[in-house]
Design a protein around this ligand. Sequence first.
Ligand code: ZN
Ligand code: ZN
Length: 333
Amino acid sequence: MKALVYTSPDEIQVQDYPDPQPAPGEVIIKLKASGICGSDMHAYHGHDPRRKPGLVMGHEAAGEIWHSSSPRFSVGQKVTVDPLITCGHCFYCRTGHDNLCENRGMVGMTRPGAYAEYMSIPAASVIPLPDDMPFVMGAVAEPAATVVHSLNISMPKMLRPVQEQKVLIIGGGAIGMFMALLLASLGVRHVHLAETNPLRRAAAAEHTSARVFDPAAQPPEESAYQYVVDAVGRKVTRDMAVHALCPGGVLMHIGLQDWATEVNMRKITLAEMVVLGTYTYTFADLQATVAALHEGIFGDLSWVEQRPLDEGPQAFRDLAAGKTSAAKIVLLP
Ligand SMILES: [Zn+2]
Ligand SMILES: [Zn+2]
């Protein structure tokens, strides 16, 4: 089959790759849509020790069942996947925190991923899609679920209901876009979105109701927000987040560009801030997100760009160079 293979830092190629083989308890999916994730971009630059050359990346997938070793799925059925392969019996799996599974693997990381014509995955990780749901919408359930999960774990820490919060989102990539759309659907009126790339700023202004601004030209006001989402995760954005957050506020840290930097712990401590990390989503978050997407909670998704799988290498180059306004590019195998 045809697949996009990560060959060396800043290099990804369309290659012939062995077809996945049927295995007990697994299904093979004929892929129809595979999203490019920020974490794949990170790996593309050679910055992720978990993703090594020779790998087919991609974990935001939708397609049709091509072969099934499970009675739960039949050939031709429309599906998306939970790319986290979890054990089901550790403490975290048993308590509904399966995203933190001690024995987890991941498609596009510990096994071949979705930038290909076919992919195998345990049937336990497959989620059916409604028949009338576009494949592209199914593929973006994964990043949207990351946002649903992060908001779910943030809300209990807020001093007042989310609808009353002044929110700052830092970063207009897919996570920032989905967060702005989700908050708007919940009736949160005061949402500002900081983005330095003018192309992404224009797209965020067009497709969300957030007030979009360039933080390089106009830094956010000090202690002006009760909820700040850092969807970039660099030193400069962390500093911006702590600066902009008010006492008792919640900082949701999603982005993972710089791993370790110094932050103003004095302000965090004295202002009783809650700093939360987040990792992906639970299976239940992903199921809820599929339903929310189908109900139109995230809008028409016309900001998601589609390109053929063959043009994947160019898509990676364009994203790396900041040459596209698309917060999300979905490849079509
Ligand atoms: Zn992802
Ligand atoms: Zn587990």
